[in-house]
Design a protein around this ligand. Sequence first.
Ligand code: TYM
Length: 325
Amino acid sequence: MPRVFSGIQPSGSLHVGNYLGAVRQWARTQHQDALYCVVDLHALTLDIDPADLRRRTIDTAIGLIASGLDPDVCTLFLQSHVPEHTELSWLLECTASYGELRRMTQFKEKGAGQESVRASLLTYPVLMAADILLYDTSLVPVGDDQRQHLELARDLAIRFNGRYGETFVVPEAQVPAVGSRVMDLQEPGRKMSKSAGSDLGRISITDPPEEISRKVRRAVTDTEGTVRYDPADKPGVSNLLELLAAVSGERPEVLARRYTTYSALKKDVADGLVELLAPLRARVRELSRDPGEVAAILEKGAARARALAEPTLSRARAAVGLTPR
Ligand code: TYM
């Protein structure tokens, strides 16, 4: 069975971009020998308050379980609980080149305008490659924005295998046909994200129904007044159609023909999201009352992950010529 791995940053509550672009797929692929990881070490590449990091890490894990990940079916764990990730990352840093890391879009975006950035922001995609390669992963369910990082993981695996002999499985990205790039509701030219944009542009899986409806009602569209699926010319309306498509399973072009007004479209998007997210929100509330249970799930997950990570790391260590310990 092909091994599945994916990760998410500990940004606290998940937004619908995370859910539709990635985590909903994770729930669907969890029966295929799957590992899912809250990548807490990645959060340290930017300035984050330690207490916030602790809280958001647990909240993110809760969001994943509430989104349908069953810890008895898949392996759910925290990246920092499996030290093999950082050790493999070093071996891969010695495989990657400075030039290819400097060219990564996310490095350029997050580093833009900053006087000084952490060295780890540059090497972040290498740690991400280590996350994936450590588990002999075949499939990585992610949103569209992670494609470039996945390409790097593939390049590093191929280069390492070429230099030192077959060591890593070369992974493939699995990007959903709809919902792979949910845009900000206020700035539809930019993807929905926890770290940028206003709260009004982002719907969290824990937003109450009236909040979801308000955000969708106020979503930026255009002045043309006709409902058409045209992401380049009509990014706001097309984003609403994509959201409805992701909720209903129909194609955005087909859905567009059913609407003559933006308000009718917005009403159906809001109702669809409210219905989709209601059970997730209820489950988050339940799980938040029992942090002990979540900690136990993560501890068990880390033990399972370590058992799988150790042999791959040993193989990589031996391949480059490190003396066995
Ligand atoms: P992160 O934490 O930004 O996002 C987690 C997942 O959600 C997807 N996503 C979106 N999908 C659609 N529309 C959006 N607006 C949207 N925003 C986020 C992302 O594509 C991602 O799949 N570098 C990764 C975390 C990571 C990782 C890994 C992923 C670290 N190691 C190994 C896969 C495998 C990140 O920052 O994702």
